[in-house]
Ligand binder design. Structure first.
Ligand SMILES: NC(=O)C1=CN([C@@H]2O[C@H](COP(=O)(O)OP(=O)(O)OC[C@H]3O[C@@H](n4cnc5c(N)ncnc54)[C@H](OP(=O)(O)O)[C@@H]3O)[C@@H](O)[C@H]2O)C=CC1
Ligand SMILES: O=C(CO)COP(=O)(O)O
Length: 338
């Protein structure tokens, strides 16, 4: 197992700051790279990220920098915590500064529109000399920063990498479980954002617990159906990166995707909601990509189609719910253990 002398986190938003702070609290030398000088100064001098985690003082040893080369110099482990829309651009800048065999962990829960690439695939293309893993789970950044007990998943086929990241991040409030199903873990993190939007919408409409339970369970069935069709292990969806993350984001107003859904349910326009949010809600783009893929591959995804109809085909929620209630009634559980 590798014991790193220095770690970098790229992306000084909510999640990047939260995980950088865990590692600094664990006594590691951590540099958080961001593109805003004022915010970097604020972290270095006042130990706070006022724009993203204003209520949580950060570890005084956590360093911030806007110089990418300096931030990653001498690092054996680098975490990527920028939105999916920026991952490839950041990776292209990063490649020249990454040593052979450096561990590179993607935490980004999104999909690249061109060729439907997940972020670990983007990183592997751009930085072939790195050992790549994926971190995903029910990880609302504000709860992590507040010290709420949290679990996550590190996924890689490389068991030494998994063990290294488990040890690096493990704390009295943070547990890290290992998986070898990189594709399933990563896809779970991206897909659940769609269903968080739907759940937020349902909450705004005052739905009861029966409806919410049905919605979340059918969401899990639908996302697993898609992922298994694409080659993931259905069992992964019973873990923290599947049902765990689905529960957290479908139930919490701390989820940006849930908040987008809630405001859609209140009748606001998507463009206004996204502009006001000021943070990334990956589910909006993921919805378009999954709708396109499920149509192309003939994968039955009624919840995705319904949300797509509401957002992009301007159907009313009442209309799409009505149509779903009278569609064919199907099996409850689709997968069987051999
Ligand atoms: N793995 C997990 O369990 C979790 C993953 N996530 C995922 O992590 C990703 C980031 O989420 P989160 O931190 O919450 O998002 P935020 O919106 O809070 O922050 C995004 C950060 O990325 C920065 N950024 C965007 N583009 C660039 C760029 N080209 N170069 C440098 N920095 C850039 C932004 O900088 P600026 O402030 O200057 O705009 C901002 O600091 C998302 O994909 C999200 O889904 C989120 C929570 C948990
Ligand atoms: O992925 C997350 C928590 O696990 C964060 O969700 P949002 O991106 O919807 O805020």
């Amino acid at each position: 197992m590798l014991k790193p002398s220095k770690v970098a986190v790229l992306g000084g938003g909510s999640f990047g700051t939260a995980i950088a702070n865990i590692m600094a609290n664990n006594g590691h030398s951590v540099c958080l790279w961001m593109r805003n000088d004022q915010r970097a100064d604020e972290i270095n001098q006042q130990h706070i990220n006022r724009s993203y985690l204003p209520d949580y003082p950060l570890n005084e040893q956590l360093q911030a920098s806007t110089d990418l080369a300096a931030a990653v110099q001498g690092c054996e482990i680098v975490f990527m915590a920028v939105p999916s829309s920026s991952s490839r651009a950041v990776a292209k800048e990063l490649v020249a500064h990454i040593a052979d065999g450096c561990i590179l962990i993607s935490t980004t829960k999104g999909i690249e529109p061109e060729n439907f690439k997940l972020m670990s695939q983007v990183l592997a293309e751009e930085i072939p000399q790195a050992r790549i893993g994926v971190l995903s789970g029910p990880n609302l950044a504000k709860e992590i920063a507040a010290g709420q007990i949290t679990g996550t998943v590190i996924a890689s086929e490389d068991d030494e990498l998994n063990e290294t990241i488990q040890t690096l991040l493990h704390s009295g409030t943070f547990r890290v479980y290992a998986s070898n199903d990189v594709f399933g873990v990563e896809l779970g993190g991206a897909l659940k954002n769609i269903y968080a939007i739907i759940s937020g919408m349902a909450a705004a409409m005052g739905t009861g617990q029966n409806t919410i339970s049905m919605l979340m369970t059918r969401s899990l069935a639908e996302m697993s159906r898609f992922a298994v069709h694409k080659g993931a292990d259905p069992m992964t969806f019973l873990g923290l990166a599947g049902v765990g993350d689905l529960i957290a984001t479908c139930m919490s107003p701390l989820s940006r995707n849930y908040r987008v859904g809630y405001q859609l349910g209140e009748g606001k326009a998507l463009d206004d909601i996204v502009a006001e949010l000021g943070q990334v809600a990956e589910g909006v783009n993921t919805l378009k990509l999954i709708k396109q893929q499920s149509d192309e591959l003939g994968i039955y995804m009624p919840l995705v189609s319904a949300l797509y109809d509401v957002i992009y085909n301007k159907k009313t929620i009442k209309e799409v719910v009505g149509a779903m209630m009278f569609s064919e009634q199907n099996r409850d559980v689709e997968f069987t253990v051999q």
